[in-house]
Ligand binder design. Sequence first.
Ligand SMILES: [Mn+2]
Length: 357
Amino acid sequence: MVKILHAADFHLDSPFGALGEERSRQRRQECRALAGRLVDYANDHGADLLLLSGDLFDGERVYAQTAEELAAALGRFHGAVIIAPGNHDPYHHRSPYARTLWPENVHIFDKNTIEALEFPQYGCTVYGAAFTAAESGAPQPFVARGEGVNLLVLHGDVGAADSRYRSLTPAWLAQSGVDYAALGHVHEFRGVQYAGATAYAYPGCPEGRGFDELGEKGFLFGTVDRGSVELRFVPFARRRYAVAEVDVTDGDAAHVALEALRGREEDVVRLLLTGEVEEQPDVARLTEQLSDFCWQLEVRDRTRTRQDLWQGCGEDSLRGLFLQNLREEYDRADEQGRAAIEQAVRYGLAAMENREL
Ligand SMILES: [Mn+2]
C-alpha cells in the first residue's frame, strides 16, 4: 500500500489580469506558496509520493523565483515527487524543468513515451511521460508489469478522441493495468472513475483563476493498493471564486447582498443583481459599500426596472391586444381578481419577451 497526494494544474504565474496590478501580484504570490502548503500537508499526513500531473507552470515564461520556490518546497517533502509535464509546461531544453536545479527526491518525466520509475522502498512502480511540445498525440499501448502497486502519472484528455492534448481512452487506461492513473488537464474534480480495474481521476486545479473555475478547489489524498484506491478530495484553495445571484426585488440591495457575502471574506465574488426594481441600483456605490466583505468584488446589474404594467394597452401589436383583452376583465374584477389578472399580465409579457419573470 502506498500513500499518495495527487495534484495538478497549478498554472503558476498565471497573469490574473482581471484583478488589477496589486491584487494579481498578490494572487501570483499566493499560488507560489501553494507548493509549500501542499508539502506541509503531505509531510504531516505521512504521504510516500507526491504525484504532480502537469501544467504546474502556466507557460514557458516563468519568473526564476517561481521555479526556484517550487524546487525548494518539493525538496522539503519526506517522500518522492513525480512530475509529468503538461501542454502548458512541456519538457524541452528551455523549459523551467530543464533550467532549474531540482532536489534529488524530484523525478521529472522528460520524454513523450511511457517510462517506468521503480520505488522499491514504497513497493510501487510509477509510469509516466511528458508533453515535449504544446500538443501530443495518443500514447502507445503499454502494460504495467511492476510487482507491487502500479501507478501512472500523466497529463492528457480522457474521452476526447480528437483531442490535441494527448487523447486517452478508457480502453487504453483499462489495458494498462495500473491500479491508479493520476491525471492532469481537466480543472475540475469529477470523482474517482474506473476503466476496467484501473481507477483514474483528475484532481482539478488547486486554485481557481477566474469565474470559469468556481467553488472548492484542491487535491486528492489517500492510499492505493493492488486493485483498490481510497482517495478523498481535500479542499485547499487559498481563495475561491464564486458567482452569487441576488434578487433585490423586495428590499434594500446592500442588505440582501450582504447576506450573500457571508463567509466569503477571502473569496473573489461576482454578484449578479436580479429582480424587478423601481430604480436601477447604483452599482459603483454598492461595490464600494460591500467591498470589505470579500477579497475582491464585482457587481453586475441584471435587474429590470418596473414598468407600468398596462403600458401600450390597446396599441396595434400583440402586446397591445393582449393587454386590451385583460384590461376589460380587470376593470370588471374585484380586488382579488385584479391581483390574479396582474399576475397573468406579468407572465404573459414575460413569455412574449422571452424572458424569465
Ligand atoms: Mn493542460
